[in-house]
Design a protein around this ligand. Sequence first.
Ligand code: ADP
Length: 451
Amino acid sequence: MFDKILIANRGEIALRVLRACKELGIATVAVHSTADANAMHVRLADESVCIGPPPAKDSYLNVPALLAACEITGADAVHPGYGFLSENARFAEILAEHNLHFIGPKAEHIRTMGDKIEAKKTAKRLGIPVVPGSDGGVGPGDDAMAIAKKIGFPVLVKAAAGGGGRGMKVAQTEGDLALALSTASNEAKAAFGDGAVYLEKYLGKPRHIEVQVLGDGRGGAIHLGERDCSLQRRHQKVWEEGPSPIINAAARAKIGETCAKAMREMQYLGVGTIEFLYEDGEFYFIEMNTRIQVEHPVTEMITGIDLVIEQIRVAAGGDLPCKQSDIVINGHAIECRVNAENPVNFRPSPGKIMQYHPPAGLGVRIDSAVYQGYVIPPYYDSLVGKLIVHGKTRGECLMRLRRALDEMVVDGVETTLPLFRALVREPNIIDGDYHIHWLEQYLARGDTNAH
Ligand code: ADP
């Protein structure tokens, strides 16, 4: 096992990793920018190192500073959290070159899954169902129209290097295709420095369903069921729940086993999420995230497995926590991402938290790094915290979530709490009847309590 882990992140995920390390008896090193000198992860870590000024490129993404921090403190492993360097294959390699362990998958797997075209090819080869589309990139020499016609309109133009919903354009009809191709490619070039695009069938009202996997890197892998993350705004997840209200035990076992088998074949190491769109009873792979995800607590609440602890154990060469048959889905969990944003126009609202009362009680969990008097800096994401609620049934979970949302107080900054208080009372949400465009359509109607 590792002796000392450096946590190359900030905010709630840095705290989350720190908690896992403490339970495992591993010493912790926090790193921080000058803007985060008073942050909770810094206060609670055994040691801390300032790695640069506020902009992430000069601090949390500053590889030489991180290497120096490892050397000064004698850390033997680095946990990247999510975002920042978590899916940077080169970073994993650089750590290895310095005899440091990267708590994450093998660099080759990060690289393959980071390129959406390669990822799709790999998924297909491993027997994971994919969205019908071009088999690879669509370049100037290809007859994009012929490919699009074969797939059938509407088609979606996607960036190979895409992320966060950028570089994605829908072509409803043949007449839209040329413009969709050029805008998506230009957007991708500007955002990711790579203009490669590919085509996919555009699904009308799918759900976003993702499977959590865990591998030991030696051919052992299990799945831990699915999360339904269909409630999104601008392709960003807002509300996540598990199990999905529309997946039954047989469908769960089937897609889960398909994913676990693929991970065994790859000899995948660590936690990962295989993301699908789901429509008319069919799963379509869209991408794989090779890191711990924001919404991982949903799975922890319904399986009782600490994903960060298991991620650290397998990275250190340990075994999987149990056999597939030991994984039991227990009850229901929902996570709300409470952001410091205006609940109507979603403008970020950084600033000082004057009053803070996190809800508590049976089945209520808050993953957050804020406190009363904390100043949310303007430089990073606007997450105040994640409220995760567990219940024996989905009905009990909703009942408890309603109560917890009403109890939670965050004053001084605007938050998205009013939006969640409205959502938890919406008939479609209560019935589990929604798809990936539902939230945007609901917000466009503007008839919520939050408005
Ligand atoms: P990113 O890496 O940019 O987040 P994804 O491939 O994960 O891109 O897709 C993000 C979101 O875009 C999905 O959750 C879904 O809402 C939408 N999307 C992606 N592919 C399709 C598709 N083929 N049809 C319809 N919507 C899609």
